[in-house]
Design a binder for this molecule. Structure first.
Ligand code: SF4
Length: 369
């Protein structure tokens, strides 16, 4: 793995855009239609980004990327993902689905007791979905055009053999990530996951201070598991992101620079900031970040993604874009929970019956509005 900056990074971005235009050309059989669909997509992203730009990417196993929200390039999953994405801007008759990313909770089992757990109400209950049940859902969506799968839980490593089978099944058609606490992620498993076709692992670390991370996660070994898992993933050539849920207290203590320093020292390529939401273990609690707390994070994100800052991870803060983009929950993205219920996302608990007719307004935002 190596960081990609400067001209190389800009050239890669341009080539990606040309690739997307070619995908559109194949879909629409018309260069102008493809051009306008790509332009529309790019314009919407630019407007939502409000000046946010990243200045580096990552080259790993022959592909380029900078996050876990777009498939790495070049790949079949990248082409399939954008074939579906472009339909959002210029629909195609008989292919109405714009669903391109699915988060699937494959188990309720988990050794942790996290403060922010959205799955708290069913944690460690019996798993009812069989491997065939999960494939039944995923096969349909992948056939419709979904090109990115994210396996979560519970702790997905608790259902390890099915996890490996799933990754092998969708390898080649889908970009695939695992969201893990790092629990049980041995070196042998990291190698096996990589050879099954896994693209990356997002491992949770919510504080740079070991005791405080462990307190947040409700387990004294959690920080150690994260550290070990990172080493094993690095060894196996798996791309890694650190997922951090940053609370009001965390922001007040102003430790973000220390977190970035720690991750830079560990050679972590991506830091993904997650906002606490008032669901699950946090239900009915005052945990949603205020505007000024969000602005604090936005300022940090802008700073660390500037081209002047070297040797730090790409810092992502997807909630930043919530204001400027229509909610994709249930339309371009959905959550298959561990009981087989389809939901817009882990925070919105209104089941979906038809992902082709879902509101563009975030239901979780409506709950706290
Ligand atoms: S947040 Fe994830 S790791 Fe933590 S208890 Fe819930 S399922 Fe387990």
């Amino acid at each position: 793995m190596r960081r990609v900056t400067g001209i190389e990074f800009r050239v890669v971005q341009i080539l990606m855009l040309i690739n997307i235009w070619i995908v559109g050309l194949i879909v629409y059989r018309n260069p102008k239609t493809s051009y306008f669909a790509v332009k529309q997509m790019f314009k919407q992203f630019k407007n939502a980004a409000q000046g946010f730009e990243i200045s580096q990417g990552i080259y790993n196993s022959g592909r380029y990327t900078w996050d876990m929200f777009n498939p790495s390039w070049p790949s079949n999953s990248f082409n399939r993902f954008y074939k579906t994405h472009l339909r959002e801007y210029h629909p195609i008759e008989n292919s109405p689905s714009i669903l391109r990313r699915i988060l699937v909770a494959i188990t309720k089992k988990c050794p942790l007791q996290c403060e922010h757990c959205s799955e708290w109400d069913t944690l460690n209950e019996k798993d009812h979905m069989t491997f065939e049940d999960i494939c039944g859902h995923l096969d349909r969506f992948v056939a419709e055009g979904a090109a990115q799968l994210v396996y979560s839980g519970g702790e997905p490593l608790n259902r390890y053999s099915d996890l490996v089978k799933l990754i092998k099944r969708y390898n080649g058609n889908c970009d695939q990530w695992v969201y893990s606490s790092g629990y049980n992620l041995t070196q042998e498993k990291a190698y096996e996951l990589a050879s099954a076709g896994l693209n990356g692992i997002a491992i949770s670390l919510d504080h740079q201070v070991e005791e405080l991370h462990n307190l947040f996660r409700g387990n004294q070994k959690s920080f150690l598991w994260v550290k070990k898992a990172l080493e094993h993933c690095k060894e196996a050539g798996l791309l890694v992101s650190i997922n951090s849920c940053l609370t009001k207290e965390y922001i007040k203590a102003d430790g973000f620079d220390d977190l970035v320093n720690l991750l830079s020292g560990w050679g972590v390529p991506i830091l993904n900031i997650i906002e606490p939401r008032a669901v699950g273990h946090y239900a009915n609690k005052e945990v949603e970040l205020s505007i000024s707390e969000q602005q604090y994070l936005e300022t940090k994100v802008m700073h660390y993604n500037s081209a002047k800052i070297k040797g730090v991870p790409v810092v992502l803060y997807p909630a930043m874009f919530r204001k400027g983009l229509p909610c994709g929950g249930g339309r371009s993205y959905l959550f298959l929970d561990s009981d087989g219920t389809l939901l817009p996302c882990p925070f919105c608990r209104t089941p979906i019956t038809n992902h082709l007719e879902v509101s563009k307004k975030c239901e979780a935002d409506k709950m706290v509005a």
